[in-house]
Design a protein around this ligand. Structure first.
Ligand code: FEO
Length: 398
């Protein structure tokens, strides 16, 4: 895809990656992704905002050549991760004399990843500005959206905020702007869950700060541009709030059907008590779908059999993801079946020892669940429903 004009003198010059299906060798990309870069022409100077993943550097170069550029003065780097910075060496070679405009932490990361010399950098600090003649760039240091060095760039005269990962979505699309809102909302929520959720406290602070800025557009470096920014700002305000929904996310694995029988029973018991359930069989689920549910869930339940004295490795992997994604869920529980003992509960409890989630009484049964096991699941369902009803942070009406 060729460059696209946003306003006179400002073009999208990035690349869609329609076929990519995995990011960081971890995160599923069911709809591909894009690496958005932007070229701003001022009366005196020209600036490129971010680059692209190295696999698409040829597309970026072709877009810049199509604009007839013989030189670029500044390359603003909002984030050092390779999907935005990996094409820097190629840009330095194609446009000699270009200066990399970024903060000290980002410079440190870029130099360690790309082995760049000191003299190519133009360091900036929070709220510094850089004139392009008739246009002015302002830099906002905003750590942890996604790494500790991340910053935003605000184009003052046009009121456009370039946010790199922040407010982004892994979505390859021919739409320059966010138009298919249900689809983009889901992709953005998945992106938030997988990338941003561990930093929601920091993000809350940044959202407060952004209220001081008039923002006409949010130009991210993944997914379509938000030309009606209120939509995504409101969505983020909801996601980062302390409020949860009257929902239980159950992630489970079952080898011979016993844990599955317990899960099925618990699902029905919760639904009968007015609690919404999001259920994920870890043997087949897309973990991104599970992550989306973690944004809202009031309670998380891990269902696992015991294998070689431990939780099933698949359940352990999912529990580890839950731990590092740091969802705002209020309660958690473990259910499952065992054959002759083990330390499943201890392993999972230790894993979440620093969590703010309150652990409810577990339900572990020997072999296939009997009446006694099903009654214990009823008590767990009662406990969850009552806590959701009485907890002021659980939204009751949806
Ligand atoms: Fe899109 Fe954190 O990189």
């Amino acid at each position: 895809m060729t460059y696209r004009e946003i306003v006179p003198g400002l073009c999208w010059v990035g690349a869609n990656d329609w076929d990519r299906r995995l990011f960081d060798e971890l995160i599923p990309l069911p709809q591909g992704t894009s690496y958005n870069a932007y070229l701003i022409r001022g009366k005196e100077k020209t600036a490129l905002i971010d680059t692209v993943d190295p696999r698409k550097e040829g597309v970026l170069l072709e877009n810049l050549r199509s604009l007839g550029l013989s030189s670029i003065d500044y390359l603003v780097v909002n984030h050092a991760e390779q999907d935005h910075s990996g094409a820097i060496p190629c840009i330095l070679e194609a446009f000699p004399g270009i200066k990399i405009v970024t903060n000290a932490k980002c410079q440190e990361f870029l130099q360690s990843h790309l082995l760049l010399a000191d003299d190519v950098f133009y360091p900036v600090q929070d709220r510094d500005t850089l004139s392009l003649g008739d246009r002015t760039l302002e830099f906002l240091i905003t750590p942890w959206v996604h790494w500790p060095e991340t910053m935003l760039t605000y184009l003052q005269e046009d009121k456009i905020l370039f946010t790199c990962d922040f407010f982004g979505s892994h979505l390859a699309s021919s739409d320059l702007y966010a138009r298919d809102l249900p689809r983009i909302y889901e992709a953005s929520k998945r992106y938030y869950a997988e990338i941003m959720m561990p930093f929601r406290v920091n993000i809350n602070t940044h959202l407060e700060r952004l209220k001081d800025y008039e923002i006409r557009m949010i130009a991210t470096s993944h997914g379509p541009i938000w030309d009606d920014p209120e939509f995504i700002l409101d969505a983020y305000a909801d996601w980062v709030s302390d409020r949860v929904k009257n929902e239980v996310m159950i992630a489970y694995v079952s080898m011979h059907g016993s844990t599955r029988a317990m899960v099925d029973y618990l699902v029905d018991a919760l639904v009968k008590r007015g609690v919404t359930v999001k259920l994920y069989n870890l043997a087949v689920t897309d973990l991104g779908e599970m992550a989306i549910s973690l944004v809202d869930a009031g309670t998380i339940v891990i269902g696992t059999p015991t294998v070689l004295f431990n939780p099933h490795p698949t359940a352990l992997y999912a529990a580890h993801l839950v731990r590092i994604l740091r969802p705002k869920a209020r309660y958690a529980a473990v259910i499952g079946s065992y054959g002759w003992g083990g330390k499943t509960l201890r392993v999972l409890s230790d894993m979440f020892s620093g969590s703010t989630m309150k652990f409810l009484d577990p339900v572990l049964v020997k072999g296939y669940p009997t009446e006694e096991g099903f009654r214990a699941l009823d008590r767990l369902a009662d406990s969850i429903a009552e806590r959701h009803r009485d907890d002021p942070l659980v939204i009751k009406d949806q």
